[in-house]
Ligand binder design. Structure first.
Ligand SMILES: Cc1cc2nc3c(=O)[nH]c(=O)nc-3n(C[C@H](O)[C@H](O)[C@H](O)COP(=O)(O)OP(=O)(O)OC[C@H]3O[C@@H](n4cnc5c(N)ncnc54)[C@H](O)[C@@H]3O)c2cc1C
Ligand code: SF4
Length: 477
């Protein structure tokens, strides 16, 4: 363990941020990391619990107490190897994972969990800086080939594991760049894209081929993949956004969040305006913005709108305001329902809870949003009579989540069975779909989720594919 009395001697201290005034001037990451000594102190707080609940709290089952101990002992290299043994991309999760591990930490019972996510991020960032992260080229090739459809975290993790097992892997991506939602959903201020690029370089050196701007089911057929590859992995994400069925939905200023976020990420990547926004620019500059939806996507719209210079930003959530603090006796070690304030919220935003949107109003474009307050009685929503109000709105961003994978093209041609929710049917034991030699993982199989779950599914799916192709697999589950 770190230090027997570490948690008694050292207070929890997490990474800090640049001030909102400073960070709003740009789209770069703004987290100020710990110095090495500070990090060792934080790692020393890990108690190496008899039952480390953080293990199960973490979807990739990171061996958290082990690497905390190694950081405390100043053995960063070993800590990095340990971390990589369960997680292909700790630099993604160390930046954007909501850290269910910290909710499960025993020290969270007293609201002082170990700063697990920051330590994870520091280990891998140091690994890159020191040049310790190198391609792991397989000693021999198997002669088998796998097509991975989709280059989000699920497809990337799956592809990397399969390439390391010696298979020839080609990743097909319909966008012009690799990364899925890491690239075009999540803003640069949460995850700068050079972090994805350097992994791509590593993966290419390991033998993975990337084919961008190729949509399977449109540019190339599923039949041709079946003919040319021994197995297909579908990791296309859950792309169909939840629509808003209200009058005025068709007004030009009512737009899906992903259109808005993708455009800004493309601008940040250096694309000119036409390439970033082929159907016309969508900017919050000088506008009253209303974001509908209280999750990560909504919060990212808030941060992006403020950086673009919105006049005001209001975020609406239909559910009631959650409590500021959870009831530990009822929730620990599980992920609690409580009010979460992101760095984007801190930068300036009105948050309204228990609000139902009724109508977007305006002549040629949107000028306002009619709403009503609701209350929830026995899980049922009721409008509060007389509570109607109108918000000024020049831009309404729909961030109410994603429903299911898109059916056209890939899924239609593959002919895979869907589950009752409309995702690709496949279990978490073998990730097989109803069609032979076709596997599915990530949001396409489990529905809208988290990066860390996508990595887990990609890794586990790779093992199943390897087993199906070779009879046995040495890849970890
Ligand atoms: C705005 C936003 C913010 C988020 N923030 C967070 C966060 O902070 N933390 C977190 O953990 N999670 C976050 N998430 C969720 C997370 O990004 C997803 O759960 C995760 O990316 C899913 O990974 P995936 O690989 O399954 O799919 P995706 O990342 O969606 O990748 C799927 C890829 O497949 C490609 N594709 C689809 N069909 C085809 C086809 N037919 N041919 C070729 N390519 C195809 C798509 O273009 C896409 O690039 C966020 C999501 C959004 C939208
Ligand atoms: S991946 Fe997420 S849950 Fe796992 S250790 Fe890292 S921050 Fe915690």
């Amino acid at each position: 363990m770190g230090k027997a009395t570490g948690f008694l001697e050292v207070d929890r201290k997490d990474r800090t941020y640049d001030s909102p005034a400073e960070r709003l001037k740009h789209y770069r990451e703004f987290v100020i990391p710990h110095d090495a000594a500070g990090l060792q102190g934080q790692a020393s707080r890990c108690m190496n619990c008899g039952i480390p609940y953080c293990h199960n709290g973490c979807p990739v089952n990171n061996q958290i107490p082990d690497w905390n101990h190694l950081v405390y002992e100043n053995d960063w290299r070993e800590a990095l190897d340990n971390l990589h043994s369960t997680n292909n991309f700790p630099e993604f999760t160390g930046r954007i994972c909501p850290a269910p591990c910290e909710a499960a930490c025993t020290l969270n019972i007293v609201d002082q969990p170990v700063t697990i996510k920051s330590i994870e991020c520091a280990i891998v960032d140091k690994g890159w800086k020191e040049g310790w992260i190198e391609p792991q080229v397989p000693a021999k090739k198997t002669g088998k080939s796998v097509a991975v459809v989709g280059s989000g975290p699920a497809g990337l993790a799956c592809a990397q594991q399969l390439a390391r097992a010696g298979h020839s892997v080609t990743v097909f991506e319909k966008s012009d760049r690799v990364g899925g939602l890491l690239r075009y959903g999540i803003p640069d201020f949460k995850l700068e894209k050079h972090v994805i690029n350097r992994r791509m370089v590593q993966m290419e050196a390991e033998g993975v081929q990337f084919r961008t701007s190729v949509e399977v089911g449109v540019t190339v057929s599923v039949a041709s993949l079946k003919e040319n590859f021994d197995a297909i992995v579908m990791a296309g994400g859950a792309e169909d956004p939840r629509p808003l069925d209200i009058p005025g939905f068709e007004l030009p200023g009512v737009r899906f969040a992903m259109e808005f976020l993708t455009q800004q990420n493309k601008r940040n990547a250096g694309d000119d305006e036409i390439r970033a926004a082929p159907r016309g620019s969508l900017l919050a500059t000088g506008k009253h913005v209303v974001v509908i939806g209280g999750g990560d996507t909504g919060s990212d719209c808030v941060g992006t709108s403020n950086r673009q210079g919105a006049l005001s930003v209001t975020q609406l959530e239909i559910m009631p305001r959650p409590p500021e603090k959870e009831e530990k006796a009822l929730s620990w070690p599980n992920w609690p329902l409580k009010l979460r304030t992101s760095s984007s919220h801190e930068e300036g935003c009105e948050r309204e809870f228990a609000v139902l949107t009724k109508r977007a109003v305006g002549e040629n474009d949107v000028t306002g949003l009619e709403c009503v307050r609701v209350e929830w009685v026995n899980g049922k929503m009721q409008e509060v009579p007389g509570s109607e109000f109108t918000l000024k709105a020049d831009l309404i961003l729909l961030a109410m989540g994603f429903l299911v994978p898109r059916k056209q093209g890939l899924l239609e041609q593959a002919g895979v069975e869907l589950d009752p929710r409309g995702n690709v049917k496949g279990n978490v034991v073998d990730y097989k779909t109803s069609v032979e030699n076709v596997f599915a993982c990530g949001d396409m199989r489990r529905g809208q989720s988290l990066v860390v779950w996508a990595i887990r599914e990609g890794r586990q799916c790779a093992r199943s594919v390897d087993e199906a192709l070779m009879g046995v697999s040495e890849l970890p589950r």
